[in-house]
Design a protein around this ligand. Structure first.
Ligand SMILES: *Cc1c(COP(=O)(O)O)cnc(C)c1O
Length: 569
């Protein structure tokens, strides 16, 4: 057999045939490159749409002038931050920061021959007596005398009878953990009752619900989480935004940072120092998850216009949180005590959640707060459930896992011991004392030419600031000098910023010493006016010098140094 084979047709023939048989190739309607091109255009359009929308929202919220001002401030701040980072500036700044932190340590961390530091476990455990003796010493360490009413806020009651009762509750429920309601049924009952009593006090409607937490910060963080989850699940909001009075508690900013929520801070301008409603209204957009008002706020003790915020919330179908952490168990008693009382609770129809610190004017031990919701459905958004964990189905109502049942028992005991009449009476005393302070600042010849009360405080806090251009320059003073001079006399008042001011949060221990406080304030104002002190005190240094810089990185470093100091032995 021949290995050569002949093709039945010649190659040219074959070519011809093939080309004839090949279907006429139609040009595709869209080429790949056209496709990419169109895709690019769509992306570009989406991009432009997104930024046009953002720009529109920005301009509507802040106006052209406001936006330019924002941009200017931002650029200025960044340039200043760069300047601070120049090597020779940086070296100076660091040296100063270090010096301040060391001074702080000397104040806060005891040292010297008389002090024993315990940085390791004792090899064999102490006797009860040894522990007791050491606890006595620790309690007696040199401190600002809260017992004598020298501290603004901080210790809200501190009466012996209540303290004894609380420690008995601790002892009885020291091992209790509400995560095991079958093991500690009494704690579950008390927790539910604390929530129910608080709901009643804040006029919650039928179906209202709540949860106890470890403090005001957790209550606020939970309310913000619930709002974010609600917006996510019900409206698919993926880039949440929150509108906040700039006087609202920092816990909201903390929540925004933890949960990546964009913040809009709304000014609370003089003379009312309430949140500017028109600005809140302009800042609302489809990404807004919650509106916030304080009743009252921490810095100035001012109650925002909750009914106006409520109208906005209802119009835009948004949750409205009212922060009553500070107002706690005083603000609900204002009307009954005969003081002017704002509308602030669930009676205002748009209010959907309220934070209430039982550990402030509820006089419960520290570590107690409640967050209330208009409906149980809203409360569900703060729950955490893990159905498929190897450790079992896990469900918890708030941030913590295990929680101290002892604290709940202490809270329940405090509420029951105080009762309505007890809270009414402390409201009369505390708000009465705050009014005394306010009136004295407004009328006393020793004070009224130099300092002025901020807004119209309604509850327990009175804030005041220096009159910026007094009739006679003789009356001019630096308000931080007042804070430092009061500190030198053993008073711990709170320094505020933007505007520079100080406040007194009246508590039960302060009620007894209001006259003493006012007398000292009059003397201090007299001594610091006209002659600003040469050597600045702590408040003046922190707020007057470091705080005045446009970039806050130095303040941040000082604050971080302070936090580090807390863990030094
Ligand atoms: C104290 C306070 C809070 C936060 O409370 P913490 O218990 O300190 O976490 C929130 N809002 C206001 C107005 C407060 O005064």
């Amino acid at each position: 057999m021949s290995s050569s084979r002949r093709l039945p047709v010649s190659i040219p023939d074959l070519r011809k045939q093939l080309s004839l048989q090949r279907p006429v190739r139609r040009r595709p309607v869209i080429t790949l490159s056209q496709c990419l091109d169109a895709f690019q255009k769509i992306l570009l359009a989406l991009f432009i749409l997104r930024y046009t929308r953002k720009t529109f929202i920005q301009l509507r919220g802040y106006g052209i002038l406001g936006s330019v001002r924002q941009l200017y401030r931002d650029v200025y701040r960044r340039l200043y931050a760069l300047f601070l980072r120049l090597p020779f500036v940086q070296a100076k700044v660091q040296a100063q920061v270090q010096k301040t932190v060391v001074e702080l340590q000397e104040k806060l961390v005891p040292s010297g021959p008389g002090v024993t530091q315990y940085t390791a476990l004792p090899a064999s455990g102490w006797t009860g007596e040894q522990v007791r003796t050491e606890l006595e010493k620790l309690g007696d360490m040199k401190h600002t005398q809260w017992e004598k009413g020298r501290v603004s806020g901080a210790v809200y009651h501190g009466g012996d009878e209540l303290l004894t009762l609380q420690s008995e509750a601790f002892k009885r429920f020291g091992v209790a953990n509400p995560i095991h309601p079958d093991v500690f049924p009494g704690v579950r009952k008390m927790e539910a009752e604390v929530v129910a009593m608080t709901l009643g006090l804040f006029n919650a409607p039928e179906g209202g619900a709540g949860v106890t937490t470890s403090g005001g910060t957790e209550s606020i963080i939970m309310a913000v989480l619930a709002a974010r989850q609600k917006a996510y699940h019900e409206r698919s909001v993926r880039e949440p935004e929150m509108i906040l009075p700039d006087t609202a508690h920092t816990a909201f900013r903390k929540a925004a940072e933890y949960f990546k929520i964009k913040l809009h801070l709304v000014p609370c301008p003089a003379p009312s120092y309430k949140v500017q409603i028109s600005t809140v209204s302009r800042l609302i957009n489809s990404n807004t998850i919650i509106l916030v008002g304080s009743a009252p706020n921490f810095p100035h003790g001012i109650v925002d216009d909750i009914p106006a915020l409520s109208r906005l919330a209802l119009k835009h179908k948004l949750p409205l949180h009212v922060d009553c952490c500070l107002g706690s168990f005083i603000i609900p008693f204002l009307a009954r005590a005969g003081f002017p009382a704002p509308d602030f609770d669930f009676k205002v129809p748009g209010v959907t959640s309220i934070s209430v610190d039982t550990h402030k004017y509820g006089f419960a031990p520290k570590g107690n707060s409640v967050v209330l919701y208009r409906s149980a459905a809203l409360r569900r958004y703060q729950y955490y459930v893990c159905p498929d964990w190897a450790g079992g189905v896990y469900a918890s109502p708030n941030m913590a896992g295990s929680r101290p049942g002892a604290l709940i028992a202490g809270c329940w005991a405090s509420l029951m011991k105080m009762g309505e009449d007890g809270y009414l009476s402390t409201c009369l005393q505390i708000v009465g004392a705050a009014k005394t302070i306010e009136n004295r600042i407004r009328t006393s010849d020793a004070l009224r030419h130099s300092i002025v009360v901020i807004g119209k405080p309604m509850v327990s806090v009175v804030a005041f600031t220096a009159i910026s251009k007094p009739r006679d320059p003789f009356y001019a003073l630096d308000i931080y000098d007042v804070a430092d001079a009061m500190s030198a006399r053993g008073w711990h008042l709170n320094a505020l910023q933007d505007p520079a001011a100080i406040h007194v949060a009246v508590t039960v221990p302060i009620v007894a010493v209001v006259e003493e406080l006012l007398k000292d304030l009059e003397e201090v104002v007299d001594s610091v006016r006209g002659n600003p002190t040469e050597k600045k005190g702590d408040a003046a240094a922190l707020y007057g010098v470091a705080g005045a810089l446009p970039d806050k990185s130095i303040v941040r470093e000082l604050a971080e140094g302070f936090l580090d100091t807390l863990y030094k032995t």
